[in-house]
Unconditional design. Structure first.
Length: 88
């Protein structure tokens, strides 16, 4: 429990920021899932387009410091490898 008025405000803001960060992380995971689903189906065009949509989303989370840059690079690298591995 917060003892001061400023601590109460900080707690409110932290809760608001946390909720926003959760939605952003969820959006990133959905984008990653979309790429993986397209790869599973074997649809190279869908996989490439969803990968191109997912990369800026992942980079945005790095800039907002919601995920670490190494984690983002790892996601992008693995997705790119899966997309590239689809036989045409």
């Amino acid at each position: 429990m917060a003892n001061t008025k400023s601590a109460e405000k900080a707690a409110r803001q932290a809760e608001k920021h946390r909720a926003h960060n959760v939605t952003l992380r969820s959006r990133m995971r959905s984008a990653i899932r979309k790429v993986n689903d397209a790869v599973t189906k074997g649809s190279k065009d869908d996989a490439q387009s969803s990968y191109r949509a997912a990369v800026p989303l992942i980079d945005t989370l790095v800039n907002k410091r919601i995920i670490h840059r190494n984690q983002a690079d790892r996601h992008k690298s693995r997705l790119a490898a899966r997309v590239k591995a689809i036989s045409t």
